[in-house]
Design a protein around this ligand. Structure first.
Ligand code: IMP
Ligand code: MG
Length: 180
């Protein structure tokens, strides 16, 4: 990936303390309930696995994979489910696990769709939030940290399928090549 620089945004220690804090709140709030975590693939896989290890309540885990088409005009973007949940969620509490909220459209689509299955509740836990880029009304019920409008990679989050493996979080900037 030439021409780009990765700038450190969150260290392993910072991520770990954010995740621990979220897990504490979720463990408190959902004690004695039937909680299903619905992880949005692929970006949230690392966040989910760390979060689950810090929870102190029994839970179930499921996954969805969403694809969005029509990259040109953001407002005309069409979102589709390419892998659906498999666990029944009727009368259960659902917590969607997302890596980043950007326009908010992915979460709006998924929340609306899961609502048809009559869960007891649907809430959202997101690690990062780029509030400045919101196109629809969407707030995380559990938010790690708000970030500026930069392209983010690492800790499960990709740039053309690269950098997901990095344990830290970075923002990408173009490298200015001085004129020769
Ligand atoms: P939204 O539907 O616009 O809110 O888009 C959310 C999705 O876009 C997230 O699940 C991410 O997969 C992806 N995304 C948004 N911002 C970034 C980023 O900075 N880096 C990598 N993926 C991103
Ligand atoms: Mg995603």
């Amino acid at each position: 990936m030439e021409g780009y620089r990765l700038n450190p945004l969150l260290s392993r220690e910072q991520i770990s303390s954010i995740v621990q804090h979220l897990a504490d709140r979720i463990s408190e709030d959902y004690r004695g309930r039937e909680l299903v975590l619905v992880c949005i693939l692929k970006g949230a896989f690392m966040f989910l696995s760390d979060l689950v290890r810090h929870l102190r309540i029994p839970i179930q885990v499921d996954f969805v994979r969403l694809a969005s088409y029509g990259s040109g005009m953001k407002t005309s973007r069409k979102i589709e489910i390419t892998k659906d949940i498999e666990i029944p969620i009727e009368k259960k509490d659902v917590l969607i696990i997302e890596d980043i909220i950007d326009s908010g459209r992915t979460l709006q689509f998924l929340k609306d769709r899961l609502a048809f299955l009559n869960p007891r509740s649907i809430k959202v836990c997101a690690l990062l939030d780029k509030k400045a880029r919101r196109e629809v009304e969407m707030e995380a019920d559990y938010l790690g940290i708000e970030v500026e409008d930069n392209f983010i990679v690492g800790y499960g989050i990709d740039f053309n399928e690269n950098y997901r493996y990095l344990p830290e979080i970075y923002y990408v900037t173009p490298i200015d090549h001085p004129k020769e």
